[in-house]
Design a protein around this ligand. Structure first.
Ligand code: RIB
Length: 311
């Protein structure tokens, strides 16, 4: 039987603009590239990625009282996700992200959280009636919601995979309880530890620092084009990325990485190295495509991509 994965997190509409380079303060740039509105949000991207990779996914989120809210919920339903725990928040608008992508694929994101910040303990309690085996979260919902969900999961014996997307320096990680996996990217690692993970020694220092603050089985640092780095409290491993050349757009690569890691880890009986290798491959696929949700692969698309030697 498949493991049930509960994602508690954000649902956004992304306004994406591509440009040769992001403008400096006071500068106006004219871009001849097009812009687009696409579904996104770290929670939603993760839920869709996990579902496309074969996970049995329940998504708990809040959308706003506008046309985007309905469209997004419909989209998740069409992806085969259990959407019964998506609340339509009558008092708020759907979350909106403004994403600037420059040549080379790197992005700058600002999020207007809207309804995401109203996700509350009652919503979380309702979602746990599905008896999930794993919980994935990020930090685009309120601090209280993240803490309440982590505590509820731990009480139930649900494994917690915490992606540090949008984490702030003052988040009280110590209050979360025992996690299965804590996974920051390079920026988030610096935010949480003050250490830039630019060498094996610094990756290890950052992991040790994180494990001193929070109980978790594994810390997995997402290092972008350098792959990832895993630490279990005793041993560390650097896992090399797949080669995909120049990225088109890195948006949602981290979300997809965490989704893939969780799906594979829950399938393979907790083999973290195998799960990280799989997650690296999925992250590699995602950066070759534009947009957040449009870039997330199904199992078949990933297989074809890896077999095509495109990587
Ligand atoms: O991680 C990418 C996501 O971050 C985007 O889809 C955007 O909505 C922001 O939440």
């Amino acid at each position: 039987m498949k493991s049930r994965i509960l994602v508690i997190g954000s649902s956004n509409i992304d306004f994406v603009c591509r440009m040769p380079k992001v403008p400096a303060a006071g500068e106006t740039l004219i871009s001849d590239d097009s812009y687009a509105f696409v579904p996104g949000g770290k929670g939603a991207n993760t839920a869709v990625a996990a579902s496309r990779l074969g996970g049995d996914v329940v998504f708990c989120a809040r959308v706003g009282n506008d046309s985007y809210g309905e469209q997004l919920s419909e989209k998740y339903r069409a992806e085969g996700i259990d959407t019964r725990f998506i609340v339509n928040d009558k008092a708020s608008r759907t979350g909106l992200a403004v994403i600037m992508v420059e040549d080379g694929g790197h992005n700058r994101i600002t999020v207007y959280p809207g309804a995401n910040m109203n996700l509350c303990e009652k919503d979380i309690e309702a979602a746990f009636t599905t008896y999930p085996d794993a919980l994935i979260m990020q930090f685009e919902i309120s601090k209280d919601a993240v803490i309440a969900a982590a505590h509820r999961a731990i009480m139930n014996g649900t494994k917690v995979f915490l992606d540090c997307g949008a984490v702030t320096e003052d988040f009280p990680l110590e209050e979360l309880g025992k996690l299965e996996v804590l996974s920051p990217n390079e920026t988030e690692t610096f935010t949480l530890t003050g250490i830039t993970p630019n060498s094996s020694a610094n990756c290890l220092r950052a992991c040790v620092e994180l494990m001193n603050r929070i109980e978790c089985k594994y810390v997995v640092l997402k290092l972008g084009e350098r792959g990832c780095f895993v630490y279990d409290g005793t041993h560390c491993h650097h896992i090399a990325p797949i080669d995909v050349g120049e990225p088109v757009d890195t948006t949602a690569a981290g979300d997809a990485f965490t989704a893939a890691l969780t799906v594979r880890y829950m399938e393979n009986g907790g083999d973290i190295i195998d799960a990280c290798e799989f997650a690296n491959a999925v992250g590699g696929y995602v950066v070759t495509k534009a947009g957040a949700m449009p870039s997330l692969p199904t199992t078949k698309e990933l297989k074809d991509f890896l077999n095509s030697g495109e990587e």
